[in-house]
Design a protein around this ligand. Structure first.
Ligand code: COA
Length: 142
């Protein structure tokens, strides 16, 4: 029913689709990421892109990826798309030889529950990069 595809964000049409989904899912809650950096996926229902996610090399955890964004259009919530996109990012992390993936959630139960489902654990970074109440997640890829 839903297909996940790694996409080439240097393609203008793909970059526009990612930006549209970012605007629709994050509104103004997070800055638009530079899509030319990292690896990005889109989830399609038929021809329609309904969700996206991206991973970049972590600047805080050595040889790890940082799951930087995930967004699912509201009418497609509840089909496990975040989890599937996280699995795609983990598979890519293994291909490039990362030892783990880190991420964070802030005031986001749905997303935090997906990190738990995917086997992530909470940790305390040496240098926390977000808010004082942000939760930090990591998962070994070994
Ligand atoms: C977080 C997010 C990606 C999860 O989407 P998803 O993969 O479709 O969620 P799930 O399939 O795990 O949904 C599980 C349940 O939680 C509900 N749910 C999902 N997102 C929800 C939200 N933001 N608020 C309340 N409930 C939510 C689903 O409807 C589903 O309910 P059900 O079990 O009664 O059917 C999505 O809410 C989203 O895009 N939010 C906006 C962007 C965002 O917050 N990104 C993450 C930043 S850390």
């Amino acid at each position: 029913m839903y297909r996940i595809r790694m996409v080439d964000a240097s393609d203008d049409e793909i970059a526009d689709t990612l930006a549209d989904l970012h605007r629709l899912t994050f509104c103004d809650a997070a800055a638009m990421p530079p899509f030319e950096k990292g690896t990005w996926w889109l989830a399609y229902r038929g021809d329609d892109a309904v969700a996206f996610a991206g991973v970049v090399p972590s600047t805080h955890s050595r040889n790890c990826g940082y799951f930087s964004r995930v967004g699912v259009l509201q009418r497609h919530w509840g089909h496990g798309l975040q989890l599937r996109l996280m699995r795609a990012a983990e598979a890519q992390g293994r291909r490039v030889g990362w030892t783990g993936i880190v991420s964070d959630t802030t005031d986001n139960l749905a997303s935090a529950n997906n990190f738990i489902k995917a086997g992530y654990q909470l940790f305390k970074p040496e240098v926390p990069w977000a808010w004082s109440h942000t939760l930090y997640w990591r998962r070994s890829l070994r």
